[in-house]
Ligand binder design. Structure first.
Ligand SMILES: Nc1nc2c(c(CN[C@H]3C=C[C@H](O)[C@@H]3O)cn2[C@@H]2O[C@H](COP(=O)(O)O)[C@@H](O)[C@H]2O)c(=O)[nH]1
Length: 306
């Protein structure tokens, strides 16, 4: 994740649409220093978990589809997590590698009990097929083999996932530099860690290397806290729900500055208060806070990455 941190810092140093407010950052750190609100993984009770390899298969499928809900105003992440959970409870072989390669759009919709086409449905189906194909070809069909081969290293797991599954390669180019964001690959690691409570398949000696997961909720929360400020033109695009193109400077800055400012937050907490907090904990706090804010305006980019 060194590349994620370094490239996010570089974008932040060049940014002209998103700005970090260090004094507001200090205030937030001061306010939360004694208790970063602890949010339990699956506090919503919407994920499949049986403490075994099938839970890993579930999480890989979930995170391969964990993007872009907003074009359908009613569709939320919860529908995906819960829909996939019910499908698996109903049929334990629903996510076998051969089955994953055959789903059609209407079948995926039916699985999630969603009455109309999903946003980016064709892409979702393509990515589902890819997961099945790559698992079958390289990991004997089992996501647990993928995880086991990483010897409890989050860094290795992110590298392996992004090497084998093109759909997880969340990177872009900004002002001529390659920028790595790896939202879904990193959230897969965090989901394993959270679900297995840091034990067994969820044990990663380097979990602290993970950065936050740059989606469309976390930047909005950071702006809400005053830690990120937007240029007038970007602020009005976000407020008016105008679409922001994938790979535009605005979009890359929103995501990269979010990663970088949370890295700064971690450093500040460490320097000022001698405490170590992980991005995974900070992310879950920020994200769960954000989705509970009823009128939080977030940026809208059609993307398969978040
Ligand atoms: N940074 C970050 N982004 C996250 C999550 C999660 C869910 N993680 C689960 C894992 C354990 C917990 O119990 C959580 O339930 C989803 N997202 C992103 O949010 C957006 C969906 O928003 P809305 O349209 O309102 O449903 C979309 O980009 C989605 O990819 C997270 O944890 N961190």
């Amino acid at each position: 994740m060194k590349e994620v941190k370094a490239s996010a810092a570089w974008v932040a140093s060049q940014a002209s649409h998103v700005f970090i407010d260090s004094s507001e950052l200090e205030k937030v750190v001061e306010k939360t220093k004694d208790a970063i609100p602890k949010v339990e993984w699956d506090y919503e009770g919407i994920h499949y978990f049986d403490d075994g390899p099938l839970s890993i298969q579930y999480l890989l499928v979930l995170d391969s589809l964990n993007f872009c809900f907003w074009p359908d105003e009613e569709l939320k992440y919860d529908h995906l997590a819960l829909g996939l959970k019910r499908a698996l409870e109903h049929d334990k072989s629903a996510f076998d590698a051969d089955r994953l390669q055959k789903y059609t759009g209407p079948e995926l919709r039916e699985m999630l009990k969603w009455p109309r086409p999903l946003p980016l449905e064709d892409e979702r189906v393509r990515l589902l097929h890819e997961v099945g194909r790559v698992l079958e070809k390289n990991f004997e069909g089992k996501a647990s083999n993928l995880v086991e081969s990483c010897e409890k290293s989050a860094v290795k797991l992110v590298a392996l996932v992004t090497r084998h599954f093109p759909g997880f390669r969340d990177h872009t180019v900004y002002k001529g530099h390659q920028v790595f964001l790896y939202k879904r690959a990193q959230i897969f690691v965090a989901d394993l860690w959270g679900a297995f409570k840091g034990q067994g398949f969820g044990e990663f000696s380097d979990i602290g290397s993970v950065t936050i997961f740059a989606d469309y909720i976390v930047p909005a929360v950071l702006q809400h806290f005053g830690v990120l400020n937007y240029s007038a033109s970007l602020a009005s695009m976000v407020e008016s729900n105008s679409e922001i193109g994938s790979g535009t400077e605005e979009e890359v800055e929103l995501r990269a500055c979010s990663i970088h400012v949370v890295e700064m937050m971690k450093d500040l907490i460490q320097i000022k208060y001698g405490k170590q907090v992980s991005s995974v904990e900070l992310d879950l706090w920020l994200w769960s806070y954000g989705i509970q804010l009823p009128s939080l305006a977030h940026h809208r980019t059609l993307s398969i990455y978040y």
